[in-house]
Unconditional design. Structure first.
Length: 417
C-alpha cells in the first residue's frame, strides 16, 4: 500500500475515532490513553522530523545559493521567487477579503462568556513582544548565527536563513574566482544527504503518528466547536480551496506548463502530512524529497525556493489572517472603510511573510493586524476553538504554494498530460 493511501486512512480513522470518543461513548479510559500514548507518539514523531530541519535548512540554502551563484542564475531565481511569492500572497488575501465581505460570517455571531482569557493573554503578550519594522530589518542579520540556529524553531529562522544565504554567496563568489570551496560544499552535501536519510527512516512511522496527532485534535475539540462559527470556517476553507485549486492550478497550467492534476498527485503525500502536522517547518524535509523525486524539479532551485518558502511564503496564512480580522470586525459591529480593508490586506501579506512555520504561529500576527484597525484583543478567543482545524488547512495550502513557486521558478518546465 502506498504511503499517501496509508496517510489518508490514518487521517480518516483518527478524525472519526477521535470525534466518536469525544462524545463520551468510549468512557473515561480514552483520556489517559490519549495523554500517555497518542500525544507522546505524535510529539516524538514531530520532534524526530524537526530535529533535522535546522541542519537541513542551512545545508540546503548554502548548496542552493552556491550552485545557482556558480551558474550565474541566483539573481534571476531570487527575483522570480520574490515576485511569485508576492503575487500568490496578494491573490490569497484578495480572495479571502472578497469572500468575507460576500458571506459576512461575523453578522449574527454572539460573543460568548467562555473566552479562554489565559490563551488570549499569552497571544497578546507575544504580539506586544513583536519588534518594529525597522528593528526587524536590523535583526535579519544575526550577530550570532549559532544562537539563531538554537532559536530557529521559536521564531529566528529568517536570520539563520540570511546567514546561510550570505555564506552561500561567499562560496559561489569564490567558485567564480577559481576556489570551488570543495570541503565545505562536500560537507553540506553530506549533511543534507544524512538529513534526508533520517527523514526516510522516520517517515516509515508517519501513518501511526498522523493517526495519533489527528485523533488527539478531534478528541480534544470534537464537532461542537463549530456552532455559530460554521460560516467563518466555511469562508476560510472556501478561500483556501479557491487558492489551491483555482489560482495554483491556473499558474501551473499557464505559467509552468504543467498538468495541475499530475502536480497535485505527485505532492499528495506532502499535503496530507502538512495537513496532519500543521507545521510547514516539519513538512520541509518531505517537500524537498518530493520536489526532486516525484515532481522533477531542479535540486538547486528546489533547495532555494522551498527552504525560503517554508518561512517567507505563507499564502494560506495570509488569507486566514485577512478573513479573521474582518470576521472579528463584523462580530464587534465595526464598519471598516475601504482603506481600512486595504490596510488589512497589505498587513496580512507582510505578516504572512514573517509568520513562524509552526502550529499556532500566525495568531500573534493576527492580533497585531486586528489591533491596527481597532478590533479588541479578546475577540481572538472566539476562534481559538477552531484554529487547529484551520491551521491544518492553511498549512497544506502554504506548503503547496512553496512547491508551486518552485515549479514556476524552474527553467526546466515540462508539459505533463
Amino acid at each position: 500500500m502506498k504511503l499517501h493511501t496509508r496517510l489518508f486512512i490514518a487521517l480518516a480513522l483518527g478524525a472519526l475515532l477521535g470525534t466518536w470518543c469525544h462524545g463520551g461513548v468510549a468512557g473515561g479510559w480514552v483520556d489517559p490513553i490519549n495523554t500517555h500514548l497518542f500525544r507522546p507518539a505524535g510529539q516524538l514523531f514531530l520532534r524526530a522530523v524537526l530535529m533535522v530541519v535546522v541542519p537541513m535548512v542551512v545545508s540546503a540554502l548554502i548548496l542552493g545559493v552556491h550552485e545557482l551563484g556558480a551558474a550565474r542564475e541566483l539573481r534571476s531565481v531570487a527575483l522570480r521567487t520574490l515576485g511569485f511569492t508576492l503575487l500568490l500572497s496578494t491573490s490569497s488575501v484578495v480572495i479571502g477579503v472578497a469572500l468575507v465581505n460576500l458571506i459576512a460570517p461575523g453578522h449574527g455571531v454572539v460573543l460568548r462568556d467562555t473566552v479562554p482569557a489565559d490563551q488570549v493573554q499569552q497571544i497578546a503578550q507575544s504580539a506586544r513582544g513583536a519588534t518594529s519594522f525597522s528593528q526587524t530589518l536590523v535583526e535579519l542579520v544575526p550577530r550570532n548565527p549559532l544562537a539563531s540556529a538554537v532559536r530557529a524553531l521559536d521564531g529566528e529562522m529568517l536570520p539563520l536563513m540570511v546567514f546561510a544565504l550570505i555564506f552561500g554567496l561567499a562560496l559561489s563568489a569564490g567558485h567564480r574566482q577559481g576556489d570551488e570551496g570543495g570541503v565545505i560544499v562536500q560537507a553540506c552535501e553530506q549533511v543534507f544527504a544524512a538529513c534526508m536519510r533520517i527523514v526516510h527512516v522516520v517517515m516509515r512511522a508517519s501513518p501511526v503518528a498522523v493517526f495519533a496527532l489527528v485523533f488527539g485534535t478531534a478528541y480534544t475539540s470534537g464537532p461542537s466547536v463549530f456552532g455559530s462559527l460554521l460560516l467563518y470556517v466555511v469562508t476560510v476553507v472556501a478561500g483556501l480551496c479557491l487558492q489551491q485549486f483555482g489560482v495554483y492550478a491556473a499558474c501551473l497550467r499557464l505559467l509552468a506548463h504543467r498538468s495541475p492534476l499530475s502536480f497535485f498527485r505527485g505532492s499528495r503525500d506532502v499535503l496530507l502530512y502538512a495537513f496532519s502536522t500543521a507545521s510547514s517547518n516539519a513538512t520541509l524535509p518531505l517537500s524537498l524529497d518530493a520536489a526532486t523525486a516525484r515532481l522533477a524539479l531542479p535540486p538547486d532551485i528546489a533547495r532555494f525556493t522551498l527552504t525560503i518558502g517554508a518561512t517567507a511564503n505563507q499564502n494560506g496564512t495570509a488569507l486566514f489572517e485577512g478573513v479573521t480580522v474582518l470576521f472579528l470586525a463584523q462580530v464587534y459591529g465595526l464598519d471598516l472603510t475601504v482603506m481600512d480593508q486595504v490596510r488589512v490586506m497589505v498587513m496580512s501579506v507582510v505578516a504572512g511573510i514573517g509568520t513562524a512555520g509552526v502550529p499556532g504561529g500566525s495568531l500573534p500576527m493576527v492580533l497585531i493586524v486586528a489591533q491596527s484597525v481597532g478590533v479588541p484583543a479578546d475577540g481572538l478567543g472566539l476562534i481559538l476553538g477552531v484554529d487547529r482545524l484551520l491551521d491544518m488547512c492553511r498549512t497544506a495550502v502554504n506548503v503547496s504554494g512553496d512547491l508551486v513557486i518552485a515549479a514556476l521558478v524552474s527553467p526546466r518546465q515540462v508539459t505533463a498530460a
